[in-house]
Design a protein around this ligand. Structure first.
Ligand code: DQA
Length: 154
């Protein structure tokens, strides 16, 4: 977190498999920003909004599930780009279902313009909102949305 949890609302930003390769991974689809660039963008916006963020990435489904479970202790909101697990993980859906905080699902690309297997999301049914197709800007928009939702207690 960029500041102690007690001082600022805390947002957990979780990234799933292969997002560590951003910048080198299919740039025509995902753009040229690295995950580090996206983290920097988020940190800058979070500071303006008065939010503390923790930004993580994993290639492991179980680790992602554990992080979602852990969010019950101390996080006020979540941004989740679960990568391919979005389309496959019932375990992720089950973990998200237990959470009592706003979750914004984010995708860099627009899955609905892509292969049919990307049209199903196990995250969307439990997400407060979904932002896709806007590249790295989607994370910033998600932070804006969460700041308002947390402020309103929604
Ligand atoms: C993604 C879209 C997913 O379909 C894909 O598996 C990813 C990235 C996105 O950000 O556009 O890994 O979540």
């Amino acid at each position: 977190m960029t500041a102690p949890l007690s001082e600022q609302p805390a947002v957990l930003i979780l990234n799933g498999p292969n997002l560590n390769l951003l910048g080198r991974r299919e740039p025509a689809i995902y753009g040229t920003d690295t995950l580090g660039d996206i983290e920097d963008l988020c940190a800058e916006r979070a500071e303006t909004l008065g939010l503390a963020i923790e930004f993580r990435q994993t290639n492991h489904e179980g680790e992602l599930v554990t992080w979602v479970q852990d969010a019950r202790d101390g996080a006020d909101g979540m941004i989740l780009n679960a990568g391919a697990y979005t389309h496959t993980s019932v375990a992720l859906l089950d973990a998200l279902s237990v959470l009592d905080l706003p979750v914004i699902e984010v995708h860099l690309s627009n899955p609905y313009r892509r292969e049919a297997f990307r049209h199903r999301s196990f995250v969307s049914p439990v997400a407060r909102g979904v932002i896709c197709g806007l590249g790295a800007q989607g994370y910033v928009l998600a932070l804006d949305a969460l700041a308002r939702l947390i402020d309103l207690g929604e």
